[in-house]
Structures are given as structure tokens and as C-alpha cells.
Write a protein that binds this ligand. Structure first.
Ligand SMILES: [Zn+2]
Length: 226
């Protein structure tokens, strides 16, 4: 019997495992794109979302591509549309009128050509990337553009950006975004001045005494000044 068991053990095959496959793309020599929203575009998007009520609503935006795949959304523009809780619809004549109006601005046709961003508020529906709804919107607006960006704002005001790069044949899902702040040099100088007048850098601090002991006078202010 012992010999029989040994034979069985010898015959047991050490199987090769099937590789658990998942799709993965590495961008060789390329950076994963990111999105910067100008303060103007961001605030307009906040207010447009506030004004959309409980229905869908869409708007287009102008995009400038910087180095390192940094896509700047400079401004956004509302077009005439019909909306309900499940869709937003643009009449072709209204869209033509929208492009015509924008082509007559100082930026002109360059502005129209830079309108590579479509955003819409999705109060109830499917916000998933690559859904038929998502694809239908891209086909409606992208025309012959080399890339197009779509953002969907959910009921909870969660914003998801996707970049479709038709030249590369790639789409980037849920791209990181930030609000671009140029900063205020005056304010920076003011703060630096305040810090250097109020903050002293020393070698050792007794961590048990974070503030020095109250002497009495400041307590009247701390209590509310009476
Ligand atoms: Zn929608």
C-alpha cells in the first residue's frame, strides 16, 4: 500500500498556471495626460451645475494643449438645448448658430477649433466611461478633431474626465484634474513679510510648553474682551 501511494505522488503533475490576463497599456516615453481648469472655466462649471436643476445640461469648452500632455480647459460656453432628466438635445441649426457666434468673437475661428471639450451634468443616469450614452455624445460633438475631452458631473457633483486621443487610438479614463491658480505675487510678498516678522526660527523648543504661560492681560482678550 505504501508503495502505491508513493507512485501516486510521483505521478502528480505540477501544473503551469494560466496567466490571469488583464488589459494594460504602458505609455512608452509619454506622460499620462492631466487636466487643468482655468479658474473661469471652473467657476462657470460650478454655476452651470447649480443652474441645471434636476435635468441634464451640456456645454462645450475651449482647450489648449501644453507640454507633457497637460490639457488646459480655458473657458466654457453654453449652447441652446432641450433637456430632461435623461438627456440633452441640441438642434443642428442651433449648434451651427453657436459655432457661428463664437467664430465672430475676437478669437474667431481659432476659438471654434479649440472647442474640444464637452461636459454635461448627469443627475440620474449612467456616468460610466465608454457607455453607449458616453459614446453617442462623443460622436455628436467631436467631428474631425484629433482629440476630445468629455466630462460628466454626477448628482453628487463628482466630476469624471476622459480624454479621447484619436491620433493615438487611445482613450484615457478618469484623468486627474486640478484648478489652475496663477497665484498672486502681491499676496505672496505680504505673507512672506508677515511670516518673517512673526515667526522666529530657533534651534530648540520645549515641546511641553507650546505657548508660554499666560501672564494675565491676554486672558481678557481670549475670554472675549470683557
Ligand atoms: Zn447624460
Amino acid at each position: 500500500m505504501a508503495g502505491c501511494r508513493a507512485t501516486l505522488r510521483r505521478k502528480r503533475l505540477k501544473n503551469l498556471l494560466q496567466h490571469k490576463h488583464r488589459d494594460y497599456i504602458e505609455l512608452l516615453g509619454k506622460k499620462y495626460p492631466r487636466i487643468g481648469l482655468s479658474k473661469l472655466a471652473y467657476l462657470k462649471m460650478v454655476y452651470l451645475t447649480d443652474s441645471s436643476g434636476t435635468d441634464e445640461m451640456g456645454w462645450l469648452g475651449s482647450v489648449e494643449v501644453k507640454e507633457d500632455a497637460y490639457y488646459v480647459i480655458k473657458d466654457v460656453f453654453l449652447f441652446k438645448q432641450k433637456v430632461n432628466s435623461g438627456s440633452f438635445l441640441v438642434d443642428p441649426a442651433d449648434l451651427a448658430e453657436f459655432y457661428l457666434e463664437n467664430s465672430q468673437t475676437p478669437e474667431g475661428i481659432a476659438l471654434v477649433n479649440s472647442l474640444c471639450f464637452i461636459c454635461h451634468v448627469e443627475p440620474f443616469g449612467d456616468v460610466s466611461f465608454g457607455s453607449p450614452h458616453d459614446r453617442a455624445i462623443m460622436e455628436r460633438f467631436r467631428k474631425n478633431r484629433k482629440f476630445f475631452i468629455q466630462a460628466i458631473i454626477s448628482k453628487s457633483r463628482d466630476v469624471q474626465f476622459s480624454i479621447y486621443n484619436y491620433e493615438q487610438g487611445l482613450s484615457y479614463r478618469d484623468v486627474a484634474w486640478e484648478i489652475m491658480e496663477n497665484g498672486d505675487e502681491e499676496l505672496r510678498k505680504q505673507i512672506e513679510k508677515e511670516v518673517s516678522s512673526k515667526v522666529t526660527h530657533v534651534k530648540n523648543i520645549n515641546s511641553k510648553v507650546i505657548c508660554s504661560k499666560p501672564t494675565g492681560r491676554e486672558l481678557t482678550f481670549m475670554a472675549g474682551g470683557d
